[in-house]
Design a protein around this ligand. Structure first.
Ligand code: LLP
Length: 423
């Protein structure tokens, strides 16, 4: 459920008409709903607690939406942060996430990033390979410290909406095999610079079926039991993120309550463990939209009708990168029969096509549209390709709204560069 609804014939975010934001801030602009963020976090948390999973750490995957005001909205509810770079650690800290609720994941951490994470006092470093375990051990010893680590396991289960976002198969770059995890855990237990506290997995993103998750979680449970039988302490089981959201043309994803019930069933009888989760998309996707303006409608005599927007693939990359479907809604729908459009942006490549042959209510130059479900992996993946300025971000709360990342100026953009001395 989200808080983008038609009120009085126009699309609003909570109590604010999107047209009012567009009039002041311009387009394209990302708009986020605090109430939707809060609702998604709260429903997930209550589902997990009600299913008997104790006091889980819900570490929001910062990569999905790294805006500090968004992170702060979640941090105020008690959310932690799943981070994959020093930049994301800094964002989480800036948002007020306590270090003991930060989990540091990622296949390629640098020594400097690990040192920074340890100075910060993050809860856990998820180690993804044997070389990385040795690196963390070395860095920690130099610092005279001992890093709490979890071993990221690749349970070899296929899942996820698209090959580019599936992470849990044996042949992709993430994590170590179950057998390797057992060996590394034992090694880690004997290292002076690390303390193994648990195991972690994350098998993919936009998963709309519980079966692959259940298969992976069953393997994780057996791993915890084997490690404990070998005499190791296993305090934390990090089950990653990955639960899908409805993008309107896809199967309804499982409800958080069904997800939680499945976990409770799979883990029944496994005692003294703290669960951690790393959800991104399910919290943020439907809490945000990208508002754009129609520049013109180019109806070719041969037939195709292009809706040319002022938003492009640099603002919302998902359709170009993953053939992702985003619902497109007029901000003030006109009456009339649907029209078939190819919806495109101004960037100079054919890939800058949001969708082809989409039936939409009739639109005219100057109209506003909203790309729905754009709160996750939207602004976070934006670039300045074609030297287009990054779209600003607005956070709505009830009838109030605030620009939480302004549109940069062209001077800002050019001011980041320097002439070479020989010019
Ligand atoms: N934890 C880890 C270790 C991850 O790699 C990811 C996402 C998450 C948590 C959060 O997954 P979520 O709950 O959001 O599914 N840019 C792509 C999605 C990439 C996901 C990468 N990893 C997209 O726009 O669909």
């Amino acid at each position: 459920m989200n808080h983008f609804e038609l009120q009085g014939g126009e699309l609003t975010c909570e109590d604010v008409p999107l047209s009012a934001i567009a009039a002041e801030v311009g387009t394209p602009v990302y708009v986020y709903s605090s109430a939707t963020l809060e609702r998604h976090y709260t429903v997930l948390r209550e589902s997990l607690v009600d299913a008997g999973l104790g006091d889980p750490l819900i570490a929001f995957a910062v990569k999905a939406n790294s805006n500090v005001a968004v992170l702060r909205t979640l941090a105020q509810l008690g959310a932690g942060a799943d981070v994959v770079s020093e930049g994301e650690i800094r964002r989480a800290l800036a948002a007020g996430v306590p270090p003991e609720r930060i989990v540091f994941s990622g296949v390629g951490k640098t020594e400097a990033e690990v040192a920074f994470a340890m100075q910060t006092g993050v809860a856990e470093i998820n180690v993804e390979s044997e070389p990385e375990l040795h690196m963390v051990n070395g860095v920690a010893q130099l610092m005279g410290a001992r890093a709490a680590v979890a071993i990221r396991v690749n349970p070899d289960v296929a899942a996820g909406g698209h090959a580019k976002i599936s992470t849990g198969k044996a042949d992709n770059k993430f994590g170590v095999s179950l057998a390797e995890a057992e060996r590394l855990y034992a090694n880690a237990a004997n290292m002076a610079g690390v303390r193994p506290v648990g195991v972690a997995c994350h098998i993919g993103s936009q998963i709309t079926d519980l079966a692959p998750l259940e298969a992976a979680f069953g393997k994780m449970r057996s791993l915890v039991e084997r490690l404990r039988a070998e005499g190791h302490d296993v305090e934390r089981l990090d089950l990653g993120g990955g639960l899908g959201v409805p993008y309107f043309n896809q199967p309804e994803p499982p409800a958080p309550a069904a997800y939680a019930a499945m976990i409770a069933r799979t883990m029944q009888g496994l005692d003294d463990i703290q669960y951690a989760f790393e959800p991104g998309r399910m919290i943020a996707a439907n809490a945000g939209v990208l508002v754009a303006r129609v520049l013109h409608v180019n109806a070719r005599p041969e037939g195709r009708r292009f809706l040319v927007l002022d938003a492009a693939m640099n603002d919302l990359l998902r359709p170009a990168m993953y053939d992702a479907y985003h619902d497109i809604r007029p901000v003030k729908p006109r009456d009339g029969d649907p029209v078939i459009y190819d919806v495109v942006g101004p960037v100079c490549e054919t890939g800058d096509t949001f969708t082809r042959d989409r039936a939409l209510p009739p639109l005219e130059a100057g109209d506003l549209i909203a790309f729905m479900s754009a709160g996750a992996y939207g602004a976070a993946m934006a670039s300045e390709y074609n030297s287009r300025l990054l779209a600003p971000e607005v956070l709505v709360r009830g009838a109030e709204w605030a620009i939480v990342r302004p549109r940069p100026s062209y001077d800002d953009m050019l001011g980041r560069e320097r002439p070479a001395p020989w010019f």
